[in-house]
Design a protein around this ligand. Structure first.
Ligand SMILES: [Zn+2]
Length: 443
């Protein structure tokens, strides 16, 4: 095990095994690599250590640890972490009522948010997540506290106050005033936080889902997101009962996606979670509008929501990254999302496609959990891979914790990644940096 202390801020240079997807396609694999972070927290150079012997000799030597891009979690619920792993097998709507709404209601007390948000960011960093797109609760003060915690922690975060005016757990205010108040509070939070710390923190208007939002709230939140250059996030087509309820509530819409389409919610700055049961027409419309999707396979199996036909979506040109969906997903780790996603695609191959070969290998899942996640957020020119000029969002993992017999390691990048996915160890992430700054809770 390397005996060096991890660098806690730029500039620094690390010598390690290095693996990353590349923006132009293919992967960077350096069994003895060097990565230099400049004083602005950007990747100044990355490549074989032998090419820069002087720098390599003075670099912090973390071999045989493996340097990867930081993971991108496109869907998680900040206040739900305490109930992760509870309620397996319930359907979505029952699980929300029983396990989730009471938990989110507790954030009405701002001290709860102030205590739990920093812990959630530490847990994300410990899992290797350096960028997260998050839902808060309906309470504006709690969301402000969450942003303050993210600002201090150093993680790259996009967060939104949950908006609900149809079914809500907020019993403190007159229902008639909810839509206007929720929109006003969301706009205030957006104006305060969107783009903060030179773009590290951003805002997402966050109507929870069509079941809990009126048509007006969906439409006005989408318009506000556009006007402010912010993201718009919600859930779509997660489970059958939910889809039936949306059809009942929005009889004029041709389907679930059409509810958001009519509200002006589709587009490049929109991230829809789940999208498990899309019709061909819905899939085509998402591709046509360049709307992006957060695939949350662990959540989809935990709540028995369904199996996303990922290969069909990718073939159609849909932009897809990965989400933990904590707490419907029991684990914050994007390595876990990769594993369950892989199993889900194997299950579909067995049931639907006969003995077709796997469409996605371990390195494809790494790409989806990093560079594709960044692309979903429109940040792929900034983060998502270890390439010169990008901001230094990175993690270092100890692959030795994933090998079944001590000392039996591999130097094949697909083998290494396969072990990280299928034998992920809770302590294998040894460090996580955003812009070259070591995140609290990692390492
Ligand atoms: Zn969710």
């Amino acid at each position: 095990m390397p005996d060096h202390r991890l660098p806690d801020g730029p500039p620094f240079a690390i010598r390690a095994r290095i693996l990353s997807p590349l923006s132009a396609g293919g992967n960077l694999w350096e069994p003895d690599g060097l990565l230099q972070v400049d004083d602005r927290g950007r990747i100044g150079w990355v490549g074989p250590a032998a090419s820069r012997p002087d720098a390599a000799a003075t670099a912090i030597d973390l071999r045989p640890w493996l340097l990867l891009p930081g993971l991108v979690d496109l869907h998680a619920h900040l206040p739900q972490l305490p109930n992760a792993g509870l309620g397996a097998g319930l359907d979505l709507l029952t699980w929300l009522e029983r396990y989730i709404f009471p938990l989110e209601r507790s954030w009405e007390d701002i001290s709860v948010a102030q205590r739990l948000a920093p812990l959630a960011f530490r847990a994300l960093a410990a899992s290797g997540t350096t960028t997260a797109l998050l839902y808060g609760t309906v309470y504006a003060a709690a969301l402000d506290a969450a942003f303050r915690a993210a600002e201090t922690h150093g993680i790259r975060a996009i967060i939104g106050k949950v908006m609900m005016d149809r079914v809500t757990y907020d019993e403190t205010i007159d229902p008639a005033t909810i839509p206007e108040r929720s929109l006003r509070e969301s706009i205030e939070l957006c104006e305060r936080w969107n783009g903060a710390d030179d773009g590290r923190l951003r805002y997402a208007f966050t109507p929870r889902f069509a079941v809990s939002c009126s048509e007006a709230m969906l439409r006005e939140s989408a318009a506000a997101a556009r006007a402010h250059g912010a993201y718009w996030q919600t859930h779509v087509s997660e489970d059958r009962a939910e889809i039936a309820e949306v059809a009942r509530l929005f009889p004029e819409a041709s389907g679930y996606v059409d509810v958001y389409d009519r509200a002006g919610g589709l587009g490049q700055q929109t991230v829809l979670a789940h999208a498990v049961h899309l019709s061909e027409r819905e899939l085509a419309r998402l591709v046509e509008t360049d709307t992006r999707v957060a695939h949350c396979p662990a959540s989809n199996l935990f709540l028995a929501s369904g199996l996303m036909p990922l290969s069909r979506y990718l073939s159609a040109g849909l932009s897809v990254g990965l989400g933990s969906d904590v707490a419907a997903g029991p684990d914050l780790s994007i390595f876990s999302a990769m594993r369950v996603g892989f199993y889900t695609q194997n299950a579909l191959r067995v049931v639907v496609d006969g003995d077709a070969p796997p469409a996605l290998g371990p390195l494809d899942w790494l790409r989806m959990g990093t560079l594709e996640g960044a692309r979903v957020l429109g940040l792929d020119a900034v983060i998502g891979s270890l390439e010169t000029g990008k901001e230094a969002d990175l993690i270092v993992v100890d692959p030795a914790l994933t090998v079944p017999v001590p000392g039996i390691d591999s130097d094949d990048p697909a083998d290494l990644m396969s072990r990280l996915i299928f034998r992920a160890h809770p302590a294998m992430v040894r460090g996580a940096w955003v812009r070259g700054r070591l995140l609290e809770g990692s390492g």
